[in-house]
Design a protein around this ligand. Structure first.
Ligand code: PBG
Length: 339
């Protein structure tokens, strides 16, 4: 008598085939059981723009759905984020005025310094990371000090050290130098240590490619360079070995964590860095990646939630621990990260 088939015909039940990866995909429980990476709200970092002074939060036209906070609104905002399950913010400031040196960047009254104090008072557990750069503060829009038509590396590093110290003095947990100057991690580390901030961490934007995907951010910050471009300091997108070398240098200079950006164009670097370094790795899904996802979703091209979570999952799979994304609030909600 023929044996009864317990598996339906279309699953190919009769043939002898040793490897059937579909066996472990048959139910949500099985798929969850063998899933290789986890996406959870605890990894998220929300970039937050802050302008000086008071007044309500105002929409940023180039980043639909993202507001620019004021020093007055950012405290409440940080409580809201905490309640929503977003554990960390990355603060970017707008200056009152720009000058060729970018002096306001290292003022104790900068929007960032004031915002750090406000957030730490309102929501002490929120992890406060600050972007350490000069581009939003300089009239020429470059990330460092300009000497003639050149961006002066060592002079810039010295200034970045002052910016980091001002942020640390305000209470930042982590400073994130993003100017792509040589030796900036060492410079920031020694400036912090000299001023008694040996416990302030450095998240290095080690691998920052010169990218078209920063466009919406530069609109939001008003930080597009007035002459030239950033190709003399940001990485050439063709180079992966050089990117890994930048990471090695930053690790050796004392970075506590390494960041790669843009995220989706750097999956290869994340994967390679994950094998090479033991430091935490962050991926920054930058403004252009956000704007692209948002615009496509608004046109009904795909489901926003599914598309965004898929990109963030891919970053985790490639090796990222921390995910910096303008979608952090949405992702925390979708992942049920709230208390
Ligand atoms: C500052 C800085 C930039 C970004 C983060 N830090 C702009 C740039 O390099 O031009 C871009 C972030 C984004 O696009 O979301 N140097």
């Amino acid at each position: 008598m023929a044996r009864t088939r317990s598996v339906p015909e279309e699953s190919g039940g009769g043939r002898s085939l040793r490897a059937r990866p579909r066996r472990l995909r048959r139910s949500p429980a099985l798929r969850d059981w063998v899933a290789e990476v986890e996406l959870s709200a605890r990894h998220l970092v929300l970039p937050v723009f802050v302008r000086p002074g008071g007044g309500p939060a105002t929409p940023l036209p180039s980043l639909p759905g993202i507001d620019c906070q004021s020093v007055a609104t950012v405290a409440d905002f940080s409580r809201t984020l905490r309640a929503e399950g977003v554990p960390a913010v990355l603060l970017f400031g707008l200056p009152r005025r720009k000058d060729p040196q970018g002096r306001e960047a290292w003022s104790d009254d900068s929007a960032v310094a004031a915002a750090v104090r406000a957030v730490k008072r309102a929501s002490p557990e929120t992890i406060v990371v600050t972007d350490v750069c000069l581009c939003a503060y300089t009239t020429h829009g470059h990330c460092g000090a300009v000497d003639g038509a050149e961006v002066d590396n060592d002079g810039s590093v010295e200034r970045l050290g002052r910016v980091a110290v001002a942020h640390a003095r305000a209470g930042a947990d982590v400073v994130a130098p993003s100017a792509m100057m040589d030796g900036q991690v060492a410079g920031v580390r020694s400036a912090l240590d000299r001023d008694g901030f040996s416990s302030t961490s450095i998240l290095s934007y080690a691998t920052k490619h010169a990218s078209a995907f920063y466009g919406p951010f530069r609109d939001a910050e008003g930080s597009a360079p007035a002459f030239g471009d950033r190709a003399t300091y940001q990485l050439d997108p063709r180079n992966a070995r050089e990117a890994l070398r930048e990471m090695r240098l930053d690790a050796d200079e004392g970075a506590d964590a390494l960041m790669v950006k843009p995220a989706l164009t750097s999956l290869d670097l994340l994967a390679r860095a994950r094998r090479r370094f033991d430091l935490p790795l962050a991926a920054y899904q930058v403004s252009g990646e956000f704007a692209m996802l948002r615009a496509a979703a608004a046109q009904g091209i795909f489901d926003e939630r599914a598309a965004v979570l898929e990109t963030l999952t891919a970053l985790r799979r490639a090796g990222a621990d921390l995910l910096v994304t303008y979608y952090a609030r949405d992702a925390a909600r979708w992942l049920g990260g709230g208390p």
